[in-house]
Design a protein around this ligand. Structure first.
Ligand code: SF4
Length: 450
């Protein structure tokens, strides 16, 4: 049995070597015939405008077509030309991207649009070398723009294309390696039918998206199944090989929904992240990394039993903004996964009694005033505990804040130097938030109305 299987495999490979050029040609013909019959009517396929194709390819990275369509339509309505995008405030661009994730894509796209205005008189360049130099444009996107917009024979190889071709040719190389991608790009270059680059590259993508899916390829209705080596050998679920990505690092973070008082009554405190780094330029609730050896046990315990977490975030907000806030109630636990980090977040509601507000303290009197405010806070915290079982005890006892703060690691650079402001619900319409904070804040407004 084993001998037969292995002999069969050898025969198939022998035939492959003999017929490789014919197989490539047949592949192109079958694939294009299928594509012309089934191609989806997608908004970025209405014409070959390089700007429209560029935007779509950036949006489609890491994101499904169905998810992208409404975002794409809104984005093109708002920024119909490269100039409109280049000249828009960054907040507006990020707002249009809100919910799509991977926000550096939006910032890079806008930076690329500005390069086109400044260096190419507003016209997307027409050589692959120039396109590849635009901010945020890698080998795949430059290939997609060059082939789809200009019909140039340039490969556009992403994960889908690597999977489809690895299976068809039974390529056993690790697709996580750069060398494998380079080899597949060379292979595609030899397969593009003359004058059909635009359609061939899109057909490859379409095959990967609709038929040759990662977990359950529909081989029986596949237009290239007749010569697909992996299918012939029954190995389509084994191929492609890919070494597993490193596990995401877990970060424990405590965040606070600070409810304003006085002129900020009915508003909450948010901050804008710096213009570089993770989620650059986005708005969020104040939060801090808890980076000591107890972080896991603190987050696993009941939320109301963590005065240390409340103290840490209070101390942080005070250091950043000279605002004394009192986390008084656990709000929710949430998780947010980036490609390399997993945030485990605990949210508290916090108040800021007018008597507790010490913003913009005169430097000379600061120490005295803080001492008296802290004493007040200790009393308030005790009262808060009596008030409600859910309330977090004595978070703002100054000594505990200070001592705990010395135990928490200094946060990433992105947590420093942020801009803070109080907002109401309507302000949410103009400021861009990452999904996690958008969800928590929207829930907060909703509960408040109930
Ligand atoms: S036959 Fe199956 S494995 Fe081969 S390309 Fe088609 S869907 Fe993919």
């Amino acid at each position: 049995m084993n001998t037969n299987a292995s002999t069969q495999g050898m025969v198939v490979h022998y035939m492959t070597i003999l017929n490789i050029e014919q197989k490539k040609e047949k592949y192109g013909l079958d694939l294009l015939e299928w594509y012309f019959q089934i191609q989806r009517d997608l908004p970025w396929r209405k014409n070959h405008d390089p700007y429209r194709i560029w935007v779509s390819e950036i949006m489609l990275q890491q994101t499904r077509v169905d998810t992208v369509i409404p975002y794409y339509n809104t984005f093109m309505e708002k920024f119909p030309t490269i100039r409109a995008l280049a000249e828009a405030p960054e907040d507006e661009v990020l707002k249009c991207w809100e919910g799509l994730g991977y926000y550096s894509r939006a910032r890079n796209l806008q930076a690329g649009a500005r390069m086109v205005i400044e260096q190419y008189n507003g016209q997307v360049p027409t050589t692959v070398e120039e396109v590849a130099k635009l901010k945020g444009v890698g080998p795949y996107t430059s290939g997609a723009i060059m082939s789809i917009a200009y019909n140039e024979s340039v490969p556009a190889v992403d994960g889908n294309v690597m999977r489809v071709l690895s299976r068809f040719f039974l390529l056993e190389d690790d697709i996580a390696k750069a060398s494998t991608r380079t080899n597949i790009e060379k292979l595609v270059l030899t397969m593009i039918p003359e004058g059909k680059a635009r359609y061939f590259n899109q057909a490859l993508m379409e095959l990967g998206a609709l038929i040759c899916s990662p977990k359950s390829p529909s081989c029986l209705i596949c237009p290239v199944m007749e010569h697909c080596e992996s299918r012939i050998q029954g190995r389509e679920l084994e191929i492609p090989y890919k070494t597993k990505a490193k596990k995401a690092r877990v970060e424990y973070r405590v965040a606070v929904i600070v409810e304003g008082t006085g002129s900020d009554e009915g508003k909450i405190l948010i901050r804008q992240r710096p213009n570089e780094g993770l989620l650059a330029g986005m708005w969020e609730l104040p939060h801090i990394l808890i980076d000591d050896s107890n972080a896991i046990s603190l987050f696993e315990a009941e939320p109301k039993e963590q005065p240390e977490l409340g103290a840490a975030i209070s101390s942080f907000v005070y250091n950043e903004q000279k605002l004394l806030v009192r986390p008084y109630q656990w709000y929710s636990d949430e998780e947010h996964i980036f490609s390399h980090i997993r945030w485990k977040m605990r949210f508290y509601k916090a108040d800021m009694d007018e008597n507790l507000e010490v913003a913009h303290l005169n430097e000379q009197t600061e120490a005295v005033q803080v001492d008296s405010k802290v004493a007040q806070l200790e009393k308030d915290s005790e009262a808060a505990l009596v008030d409600s079982e859910n309330r977090v005890s004595d978070q703002l006892v100054a000594e505990r804040s200070e001592s705990y703060n010395s135990k928490v690691g200094s946060d990433t650079a992105t947590d420093k130097g942020s801009q803070y402001r109080f907002i109401n619900e309507a302000d949410m319409n103009t400021l861009p938030f990452p999904n996690l904070f958008l969800k928590v804040i929207q829930q907060y407004w909703k509960k408040k109305e109930e």
